[in-house]
Structure formats: structure tokens, C-alpha cells
Design a protein. Structure first.
Lengths: 307, 367
């Protein structure tokens, strides 16, 4: 008698060796993510809806008090401070991401057309700075930008800053720090896109009456879109929640969302408020991702470009 | 910049004078020693289906790219319709290309791909739409217009690439081996369709291929290239029946080439034997070779009247259905002969046969 096409019902319930092998191999990762990401996130969401205790510890009953506070309603009435912080963080993110794109796009293109033996070295030069801890790098920039340094003197000479002032601390220093920090995350995906650029499409566009500028827009840009959006995600999300760089290079002058949240868990001691802030950040990030996915789909002609 | 007349003003089948192409002294060299074109002089007539034929690396694609403006010649001039366009940018030439890889824009739909050239030229949306619909009907693409190009088969992509170029109504359409990626059946079908399309539009087509059968089927005239030099220009039958040199003869698929050992007026001596030609080779002809096409050789038991007669032994027989190929040994030399399958008795390996060759079919050419 011929073999049945599949094993009988009782045996079918047991996993095939392949599947079991696969499960074992992903299990450590799953356990890690559950313990260090899923559970803390659930805890954070829980805390956000609790009440602040007398020592800053979260306690019952559940309430929306933290969100009210975050929206600016204190016991002295409404103030726009937190709203400004949110907007300032968004603005800083947009500016930093935009500038990173402006620098990374031509840089990635340049690397992609360089002689093959140079490319690895150039990419390495882009990546190597990120091997140093970002706190140390921020201190490095402080030394370069503080009052009296050559860079600050040049800025003074051109009247960009007042006498006896430095480029640090300032929003300029924060933006510079962010760009410096996140450049590799934009250059690498863009380089990958430029590397596999189909030059035939550019020629086709030129052949079909597109000027060089329009050929770039219609034949080059769409091909790099996936890299650009991937880089934007990689840069804008961490930049939005960035804590170290604004804190150190901004001199704590202008409050950012990351600092606001961090403050509630350390000095300010209001865990529910901090958790609520973190939750809002998470939602804003997811919203941004969703929007970028939409944009990617539109520009990519229905293809999945982002994630 | 002048745009080609729209379909409304140009009667179908009318030949447009704007599309005569002249190339003179074109040279192109790629970094170092690689010579792509070594002094090409050529005139392509308006409304002609012209084919550049040659092996890979012969310079035919470079020549096409120079016509498109995607490559600049090192030396020489190119005019289209009497206008010097040697240094004109590709987007300012009324020339469109069907690329070998098709180069369709993957992020655009079929309709957007076809409309691309019109959009770049600034044709208004409603006219664009009308012309795309028209060409889609002409090329039989109607049902595919709203698809993405990634959902198309090879043959469909080829049609989209053709429609995208044709819809612009250029003076000259360039085709860079557009059929090479397709399977044999579809290829044959599209060869006929392309030729028909060209005749209906009266547009100048410059077609690049390495396939001599394809070139002969489709072209009005063929230029055979080798090493960046044009070897011969002529109608398919001229190039096939009267190749000027051994390279062209071999490229057109001929195998019976014999070095001339002695020449006395119309009598030539080769390893095959002594043959008579119908007229003496020209005084100045550097003729050093004889060509006898496989299909002109008659096999039998007696030499036909007025023919050159030889005797050979059948060494191999290849049955091809519509024809039969024999490998013969004549005076110790291999001679290939093809006989149409007309129901005659086949010769067997080992048979001794007479070989009759008409003096007209003994062709002299350069070595």
C-alpha cells in the first residue's frame, strides 16, 4: 500500500523537527524581548494611568491626572510649557533630520561613484565616530564650541554670536550634535540605494525628453526613496527622544521631551507623569511611522517602501 | 526644438524627410585601447528599416547610443534631417529608444510609463491621455494600462517599451536588441509585428541585433559591423548572396569558403577543384576567397548541363525536416550542401554523388 500523503492525525499535532529547531533558535530572542521590552512597556502604560504618590511613586487609584498635567493643566491653571516642549522636540527632530538628509544624500552618492577601493574606507570614515560613546562625543563638541575656542571666535568675528559668548550652549550646538550623531544612519541606507542604482532608467528618462534635473527627479530619486525613508526612520525616531545631546550641548536651557520624561523619573520624581510623557512619545513615533509608510506608498507607486 | 508632427497631421505611411540620418567619420574609443567605432560613414534613409548587425563588441550598440545622444563621439559628425546633432543633449533630439533591458520605470504604472515622454515634453493631460489610449490600442496593450510594470511578462514589457517610445512620434526610433530576451516563438511573432508597425508609421527604425536571420527578415537594409568598422551595407539579399568578405560571409552563416590558389580569367583553382565563374573577377578586386552557398549545390548522379561538376562522398547526413544537410568530402575537402526536402530519395552516408554548381553561384570575395 502506498504511503499516506500526510501523517495520521495523532502525529500531526507534534511539531516537525525543523519547526522545533526553528522555535528553539528564536526562543532566546523572544524571551529577551518579552522581558526587556514588552513587560516594561506594559508596566509603563499601567503607570501612566496611576496617581502620583507623596514620594513620586505610582499608586492607586487609576486616573488621567498625568495626561491632564502633561497637557499643561497644573494647580496654577493652564500653561503652555509642556506643549512648547513637545513642539520644540518635533521641530528639532524635523530640522536635524532634514539637515542630515541634505548632507547624507550627496555624500552617499559621492561614495557610490568613487573608485571601488576607496568606498570601504569612506564608509568606514562615516561610521567610525559612532564607535565612541555619545556622551564622550558630546563633551568633545563642548570643548570645540565653548566660549573662547577658535570656532566661537570665528563666529564672533562674523557677528553670529555676541562678545564673550560661545557656540555652546545653544540650539545650534544641539542641532550640530544631532547631525553628527545620526549621519551614519542616513548615509548607510542611502549608499545601499545608490549602489544598486539602475543607470538604464536615467538614460531612459533622458531619452524621453527629461532634462538632467527632471531625470534626477523622475529616475534617480524614486530609486533612492526606500533608502531615504529607511534613513529617515532610523534618524528621526531616536532624535525625537534624544536626551543626552540636548541636555549636554543645549546647556539645559530649552527643555526637550526626552529631558522632561527623564526628569520625572529622577529629580522631579513623578513616575506617572514621566510614563505618560513616554507614552505620548511612543504614540507620536508610531504616528510618524504610519505617516511615512503612507508617503512611501504614494511616492513608491504602491510598493511597500517603509517596513 | 521641433517636435514631430502629431498623428493628426502626419498621414500614416508617409515618409518624413526630417529623419534622414548621416554619419561621417564617427570615431569612439573607450578608455585605453578599446576602439568601439573606427571611422563610420553611413547614410540611413528616411522611412527605412535599417539594421546594424554584428557580433557583440563590434560597436553597433555604441553607434546606437551615439544616435540617441547617450554617448558622444570622439570625432565625426551626425546629422538628423540635415541638422547637426553631434553634440545635442538626448532630451533635445527627436529620437527615442527601445532599450534591450526595456528600462521601464518600476514605480510607474504602464499608462504612466507610456505617457512619460509626452509629460516631459509638456503635452497637455487630455491630449496625453488620448495619445496613450491610441498607441495602447495600436500595440494591443489596452487591458494592461493600469497595471504595474512588475506584473507584466517579458513580451508585454517589450510592448510597453515600444509604445513608450512610439507615442512620442520621434523622427527616428532606435531599437537595441529588443527581442533578445524573448523566447523563439514570441520573437518571430514580434519581428513581423515590428516590421508591420514600421511600414504603417513610415518612421525611420534603426535596429541593432547580432542575429542575422532576424536582420534579414525585418530590414530594408543591413549594415554589417566588425571591430568598429562597417564591412558592408546593402539589402538583405545583397549581404547574404554577395558578401564582400569572409567575415560577412561567415557572419551570415556561410561555411563553404575556399582560398583561391590560382586565377585565370573565369577559371579558379581551389582545394575543392577547378571551377568556372560566370564572369571574371574585377581587375582590382582583392578577391582571395570563393563562396559557394550550401543551398545552391545540386546533388545527383550526373552533372547538370552548363554546371561545374565535382564528385563527392556523403560523410554525414542531418535531417532538419524541411531540408536535409549533407557533409560531403570532395577531393579531401569538406563541402556542406543543403537540399530542400521535396520528397526525393535521400542519400546515405558513404554514397558517391555528383556535385553540380552553377557558374553564377561561384562568388569571389575578399579574404
Amino acid at each position: 500500500m502506498a504511503q499516506p500523503p500526510y501523517p495520521p492525525a495523532r502525529q500531526r499535532r507534534t511539531l516537525s523537527p525543523d519547526t522545533r529547531h526553528l522555535l528553539w533558535s528564536v526562543a532566546p530572542g523572544v524571551v529577551w524581548i518579552v522581558i526587556f521590552l514588552v513587560l516594561p512597556s506594559l508596566y509603563l502604560i499601567g503607570v501612566a494611568f496611576m496617581t502620583n504618590g507623596p514620594y513620586g511613586q505610582p499608586q492607586m487609584p487609576l486616573s488621567l491626572e498625568s495626561f491632564r498635567q502633561l497637557a499643561g493643566f497644573g494647580f496654577l491653571g493652564w500653561s503652555p510649557g509642556n506643549l512648547y516642549t513637545l513642539l520644540r522636540s518635533l521641530w528639532q527632530t524635523v530640522i536635524a533630520t532634514g539637515l542630515v538628509i541634505l548632507i547624507a544624500y550627496p555624500l552617499a552618492y559621492h561614495i557610490s561613484i568613487s573608485p571601488r577601493q576607496w568606498r570601504a574606507i569612506m564608509l568606514l570614515a562615516v561610521v567610525v565616530p559612532s564607535w565612541t560613546n555619545q556622551v564622550i562625543r558630546a563633551f568633545g563638541w563642548m570643548n570645540l564650541l565653548s566660549p573662547g575656542t577658535p570656532l566661537s571666535q570665528v563666529a564672533q568675528f562674523f557677528g553670529l554670536i555676541g562678545p564673550n559668548m560661545g557656540l555652546y550652549p545653544s540650539n545650534f550646538a544641539v542641532t550640530l550634535g544631532l547631525i553628527y550623531n545620526f549621519l551614519p544612519f542616513m548615509v548607510l541606507p542611502l549608499y545601499a540605494a545608490f549602489e544598486k542604482l539602475d543607470a538604464g532608467l536615467i538614460e531612459a528618462a533622458r531619452d524621453l525628453y527629461a532634462s538632467p534635473v527632471r531625470a534626477f527627479w523622475h529616475a534617480v530619486f524614486p530609486q533612492t526613496l526606500s533608502g531615504l525613508l529607511a534613513g529617515t526612520v532610523l534618524v528621526s525616531i531616536p532624535a525625537f527622544g534624544m536626551y543626552v545631546v540636548p541636555e549636554l550641548l543645549g546647556g539645559g536651557r530649552a527643555m526637550m521631551l526626552g529631558s522632561l520624561v527623564a526628569g520625572q523619573f529622577s529629580g522631579g520624581s513623578n513616575w506617572p507623569l514621566g510614563a505618560a510623557g513616554a507614552l505620548i512619545m511612543l504614540l507620536a513615533t508610531l504616528g510618524g511611522l504610519y505617516a511615512m509608510r503612507k508617503v512611501g506608498r504614494r511616492l513608491g507607486g504602491g510598493e511597500e517602501v517603509v517596513i | 526644438m521641433t517636435f514631430p508632427p502629431s498623428a493628426a497631421t502626419a498621414p500614416q505611411g508617409a515618409v518624413r524627410d526630417a529623419s534622414t540620418i548621416t554619419l561621417s567619420g564617427l570615431r569612439k574609443r573607450f578608455g585605453g585601447d578599446a576602439v568601439a567605432l573606427d571611422g563610420v560613414d553611413l547614410t540611413i534613409r528616411a522611412g527605412e528599416f535599417f539594421t546594424l548587425l554584428g557580433p557583440s563588441g563590434c560597436g553597433k550598440t555604441t553607434l546606437l547610443r551615439i544616435l540617441a545622444g547617450l554617448e558622444a563621439p570622439d570625432d565625426g559628425t551626425l546629422t538628423i534631417g540635415g541638422r547637426d546633432v553631434t553634440t545635442t543633449a538626448p532630451h533635445l533630439r527627436s529620437v527615442n529608444t527601445v532599450f534591450q533591458s526595456y528600462a521601464l520605470f518600476p514605480h510607474l504604472s504602464v499608462r504612466e510609463n507610456i505617457a512619460f515622454g509626452l509629460r516631459m515634453k509638456g503635452v497637455p493631460v487630455d491630449e496625453r491621455r488620448r495619445r496613450v489610449d491610441h498607441i495602447a490600442e495600436f500595440i494591443k496593450l489596452g487591458a494592461l494600462l493600469d497595471r504595474g510594470v512588475n506584473q507584466l511578462s517579458g513580451g508585454q514589457r517589450q510592448r510597453v517599451a515600444l509604445a513608450r517610445a512610439l507615442v512620442c512620434e520621434p523622427d527616428v526610433l532606435l531599437l537595441d536588441e529588443p527581442l533578445s530576451a524573448l523566447d523563439a516563438g514570441l520573437r518571430t511573432q514580434l519581428q513581423v509585428e515590428l516590421q508591420r508597425t514600421q511600414k504603417r508609421l513610415g518612421m525611420t527604425f534603426v535596429f541593432v541585433t547580432h542575429d542575422q536571420d532576424e536582420a534579414m527578415v525585418m530590414s530594408d537594409r543591413i549594415a554589417v559591423l566588425d571591430n568598429g568598422v562597417i564591412q558592408q551595407v546593402g539589402a538583405p539579399h545583397e549581404v547574404y548572396e554577395r558578401p564582400v568578405n569572409a567575415f560577412v560571409a561567415k557572419f551570415m552563416g556561410h561555411v563553404n569558403l575556399f582560398a583561391i590558389e590560382q586565377l585565370d580569367h573565369t577559371r579558379v583553382v581551389t582545394a575543392l577543384g577547378t571551377l568556372t565563374m560566370d564572369k571574371p573577377l574585377e581587375e582590382n578586386a582583392r578577391a582571395g576567397m570563393l563562396l559557394i552557398r550550401q543551398e545552391v549545390i545540386e546533388l545527383g548522379h550526373a552533372v547538370s548541363e552548363g554546371y561545374n561538376g565535382l564528385e563527392g562522398v556523403v560523410k554525414e547526413r542531418h535531417y532538419r525536416g524541411s531540408r536535409i544537410e549533407y557533409r560531403l568530402e570532395v577531393n579531401g575537402v569538406t563541402l556542406m550542401a543543403t537540399a530542400g526536402n521535396l520528397g526525393q530519395r535521400l542519400y546515405a552516408v558513404g554514397d558517391t554523388v555528383t556535385v553540380s554548381i552553377h557558374p553564377e553561384d561561384v562568388v569571389g570575395l575578399d579574404a
